[in-house]
Design a protein. Structure first.
Length: 153
């Protein structure tokens, strides 16, 4: 039997009691989760919102790092196509039911290869309950995302 990842164990341990003593499970339902929300990119001094963007948070087996994949994003109005971007090996920690993640100087992947021109800096984020939020810069472009866990059917 495979051993459970540290993050999965922490997520199970994060289930807490409500005010009435009942168990609450308003924590991420699994170690790997998908979210849908809004990504905002600062471009030429203006905020460009991308609605209904899917983001997948995939922890490593050890639970100390995770990959974040952003699906079908068009970062600026002039982009002719949407792309998928992966930010690999972000640092992850968990405490008191909150998963925090961060990273700096990470080369993202897109279109089948590394994209060093859009080096990820200042990545900082958290998952609380069913909500995720993070901010970072892709090269010179400040970017932020806020979303809610997607219900899988």
């Amino acid at each position: 039997m495979k051993s459970k990842s540290l993050l999965a164990i922490l997520l199970v341990a994060a289930v807490s009691c409500g005010k009435d003593g009942s168990l609450t499970t308003d924590q991420p339902s699994s170690a790997e989760a998908g979210y849908v929300g809004t990504m905002t990119v600062e471009y030429l001094g203006e905020a460009f919102d991308n609605e209904n963007i899917s983001v997948k948070f995939t922890p490593s087996e050890s639970g100390t790092t995770a990959d974040i994949t952003i699906y079908q994003i068009k970062f600026v109005p002039q982009m002719p196509v949407t792309i998928d971007v992966t930010i690999p090996s972000v640092t992850v920690s968990a405490a008191s039911g909150t998963i925090s993640f961060s990273g700096d100087n990470i080369v993202p992947w897109a279109l089948g290869g590394e994209m060093p021109r859009y080096l990820v800096t200042g990545l900082s984020g958290r998952i609380e309950g069913k909500e995720i939020s993070f901010s970072l810069s892709f090269g010179d472009y400040p970017t932020r995302f806020s979303g809610r866990e997607q219900v899988q059917e």
